[in-house]
Write a protein that binds this ligand. Sequence first.
Ligand code: AMP
Ligand code: MG
Length: 714
Amino acid sequence: MAGRRTQILAIDAGGTMTDTFIIDDKGEFVVGKAQTTPGDESVGLMQSAVDALEFWDMTVEESFPQLLTGVYSGTAMLNRLVSRKGRKVGLIVNKGMEDFHRMGRAIQSYLGYSYSDRLHLNTHRYDAPLVPRTSTRGVTERIDLFGHVVIPLYEHEVEPAVKELVEQGVESIVISLLHSYKNPTHERRVRDIVKETLQKLNKNMPVFASVDYYPVRKETHRTNTAIIEAYAADPSRRTLELVNEKMQAKGSKFDIRVMASHGGTISIRANELARTLVSGPIGGVVGAKYLGEQLEIKNIVCSDIGGTSFDIALITQGDFTIDTSPNIARLVLSLPLVAMDSVGAGTGSFVRVDPYTKSIILGPDSAGYRVGVCYPEGGTDIITVSDCHVVLGLINPNNFLGGQIILDKERAYQAVKQQLADPLGLSVEAASYGVIELLESQLRNYLESLVMGKGYSPTQFSCFSYGGGGPLHTAGYVKGLGFEDVLVPAWAAGFSAFGCGAADFEYRYDMTLDGNVPNGATNEQKEEVAINLQGAWTELSEKVQQEFEKNGFSGDEVQLRLYVSMQYQGQLNDIEIEAPFAEATSAADWDKLTGAFEDTYARVYAKTARSPELGYSVTGAIVRGSVDVPKPKIPEEPYVGKEPAQEAFQGKRRVYWAGEWFQANIWEMESLQAGNVVTGLAVIESPATTFVVPPGFEAVLDTHRIFHLHEMAN
Ligand code: AMP
Ligand code: MG
């Protein structure tokens, strides 16, 4: 369309679909979808962008030169890690500790296990370590937990170790020594000797000292993360550069940013790239936070259903929680990650019948982009939840990705009959409906336990439901929980991409720190801790500034925010506090910090739980730096009325619901207008998502193109 200026492009290349979200200078946006192309993600990306721009009659060549910024989130790095297809890495650790990485703190081999797998040793398995024992070398040195040198570094042991690793053909070397976060001298010395040796050998390869990247406590976590940097992140940088180049070939004039685990976006040139390991689902949570800010909703349950998983997260008092030592892909890591739970049940999950108990088992594996048996050209052998949707009339087989893919209803029907209905002695409809009910009751339980487990009640929260598959099941999984409100944005299918577009350009760097200030401490004691803290902040601020310089942002354009992790002495959990000043120099600054800590503590726990008599411990310093980037606007449309326009009505379709076939009203989502009320049983269809409004429910579209789902009293 002439005159339209596109500004922001955000892409979420998920396991199943690649979603594109494009925003113009007025804040209007379009969502595109295409199937993910794991071989070369840029192919799916371009198709998805073409799909989105079609709504505006624009081409990629017209749009890309106008764009001001672009954010990408993909799964290539995670796939590389999970399928153990990374670089060949050599590891240097303390002599005598060569097996630590392989042992994974013992807990690692249990991560992601179901309850029954934790009990039954015969299903227990150890993943191959990222670096095999044979490519690990030890050097003698020891720094204790206070940072004191207990054994000096045996420098002469480094060179032979490097030579052996090089002979083995390693492509990168990682160094991780005990307590290097407390005193980095030995680790950095080893790093320098490794580099010198490589130079002597005429070998050019990246070298990673853990302290330069993740200067934090817990050596298994730190070592794993530094290894991922070498093993998967650095090689994935090439993938990102390729995406960037393909976009620039179409006229874009910027470097894409990547969604990172801490909830901000970082440049593809960033030092610490491992934190872009999980990005898509984070986008959804960031989007929910952003939307919540605009709508003044502070407590949000985020729920995202895609083809492969159900991801849930909580936003309380307007912010998400950060987990600083999360588990990803069965590895313990030292990355700041937006706290989230992922459950292996999505709309593409396989459905099987347990031959002994005759119970239905969902997932945990899924069909990915191949949808199910209903997929053209054969599809999968095993039926999926999507096959059940098609059989029940919930998904329109001619509207999958707006009709790009025509699903085969008859084949789905026969397969469900054979694999599920006949073995259970049920009709095909009843068996399919049972699958939907089972999925929804599982999701409902997860949601409820997430909220209740944190000591809250659903009545204090609004539930945001999104992902292509979310709106199919929203009613089913919120039923009876009593959420204050249930919101389904019309752009649910591209919501994670929207969140990527709404994210700040922000770096966050963490460092472990130890400082104790007893109750009744002297001013000297307070000042010492304050100055120590400032030292860490200065170092981290410089790291942040250096990152922004790579993208041409200079000093005063960067807004720096200082944080500290603190706890009462002797307590187990710390909380993150933003410093109420720009620089700490005195005992008075320390007092301001404890004041802020007391306030936050009273909000997170309870006023009466405060215990200043215990004194305080500082456990870490954090710096977050951001620069301004364009953000999407939330749509604003005039109120039209309750009655949907006739053109939105698509006729009726047979839909099976709770034991009966109904003639359900079918509506076109894009043609509904502000104020319209759709009562169940109805199906609201969009090119990439399907919103089911069951009997007893109504959906009201507000002026921001967000549906509110109400359960009607009967
Ligand atoms: P996502 O992974 O978030 O892109 O969600 C993909 C899921 O959206 C699919 O597995 C489908 O179950 C669901 N879906 C619902 N309606 C549609 C539609 N019209 N086209 C494609 N996917 C749809
Ligand atoms: Mg998704």
